[in-house]
Design a protein around this ligand. Sequence first.
Ligand SMILES: *[C@@H]1O[C@H](CO)[C@@H](O)[C@H](O)[C@H]1NC(C)=O
Ligand SMILES: *[C@@H]1O[C@H](CO)[C@@H](O)[C@H](O)[C@H]1NC(C)=O
Length: 558
Amino acid sequence: MRHFLDTQSTSLLLSIVLLITVTYNVVGFPDTPGGSFAVEVNGKTHKLTTTPATFPLWSANVAGASASSAYKYVKLSDTGVAVQKESFKRSFANKKATATVNEFFQRQITQNNLPKVPQVYKDVRSKAAPNFDETQIGTIHVTADPAIFDDMVKNPLDEERKAIKASFRFINANNVYSVEEVKMKVSGHGSRKFKKLSFRLKFDDDKGETFFNHPIIKLRSEAFDPTLIREKLYIDVLNSAGIRTTQGTWTRLYVNGQAYGFYLMVDDVEPPLLSNLFHNGELKPKQLGSLYQMGSHVAGLEATLQYNGSRTADYHPGTYANKNLGANTKEEPMAQLISFFKDLQDFNPALPGGVAYWSKRLNLEDYLRQMAVEYLGGSWDMYWWKGNNFFMYFNPTTNVWQWVPTDFDSTFSNGNLKDVEVPYKQFAASRLRRKGKDHPLITKLIYKNKEINGQFEKTLLTLAKGVFNPKALEPRINAYEKMIQDEVKWDLSINRSKNPGRTFGYTLDDFHKSITGPVKTVNNGIKPWISYRAKDVPKQIASGKSALASQVFEEDEF
Ligand SMILES: *[C@@H]1O[C@H](CO)[C@@H](O)[C@H](O)[C@H]1NC(C)=O
Ligand SMILES: *[C@@H]1O[C@H](CO)[C@@H](O)[C@H](O)[C@H]1NC(C)=O
């Protein structure tokens, strides 16, 4: 709901008539279907109303109120009796306003001040769409046939299940966005085994329903992360590093009027996102280049990028999945990527000209920044360490491959892998040690090629000094902790015992503690992890230089 306001005439009006009509707007779900909400202004209660086109947004014009009147919202029972009253007083920040933004019941702050994260490399983001305003927490209400929805969430491992139909409404401070029908399904791989599920929602962009130009979104459960902050913070670092990536914003999810959970909303890596990120939204899916999704969820296989034969059939589709055909044939959808693998296999890292060679094939600078962020973030579930969670997109405009990262929950060393807490050269060399699982785009380029290694170290140091350190990130983390603590508490209060799958049983205490130190299943706190890498990286690079680093580039010792 947009509230247009002519500030000049309003202030004139205010100075003549002190008491005017004020519109109150609150988002809230009553405890029972017949329940409702009210606003208490100057000690007097006024009922708020909603409509099928706006629920769960409750509004009323209150005559005689003004922007300086203190107020609070009240939840009412079926019979209109107050069942819950806000414990704090609200007041207008803007004394000239004649309407509140869409506030949320029991949440004092609607729009948060987030300290800026320093921008280390050129900012490549486009202006945030209204639904991706990171300073606020939006609310999504999905309504679906309860039996069909229940059947979907009770069988989350069924990846072949067709998406179900649901109606969708999103509300934040200044927007109400509704569509009759979205396609909704459970998303993710490992996360399907958890009680709190992640979802993918697809809008019908053929009908012009694009959800503010974000037509395919994922609601990420963050079930592995007691803070629910890691993925968002990782996106902040990617943004600071000038990497084109999905954005993320937290939202509350309600299903059929019931609390469902607190989620991070991100774009799915699909043609609409690629067109927006790399082509100003101007290319249609058919005009886009080839896209591959890389994963390590097939037992024993990692998306190493090793050459494994010249035919598509030589590559497991669970490890390399063609998502957009681009210039390939239907018979050989892997052809373009295989030729990249072949170049990588043939590349001799001992020869000069590494940067020039790879710059013709890959957005090298961007790739190196991404690997620097992976290393800094202790991201054990992405390419460098695990051969997982990335896409490669052949950009038909620049004719080079573009790295597109995804799924950043296992970061800031969220995991029990002590191995990531090592110098980057060791992190790289360890990939060579495992038979058949070398990650050559790391070991040949970053580890063995002197010229590319120099560029990588410069990038790594620049990012450590510019953004990946306590001074740059802690103010932001502190703001996030305040911003979402009530939502996390709410999320933890939701009874998911009916859902199959597991839970780590994190608590609100774990939420706070995992920011500053270890908790069960997460061996590093976000802040100590950042501070460790911030101190360690400059030392590694300085000591590498003094030792001439020569051994590293000779035939490796493994
Ligand atoms: C490589 O080829 C072998 C033999 O055909 C096959 O078993 C293996 O799964 C392939 N590796 C990948 C990553 O597809
Ligand atoms: C959660 O819901 C189940 C039924 O689905 C119920 O048996 C259980 O007592 C509930 N737990 C709590 C803590 O309310």
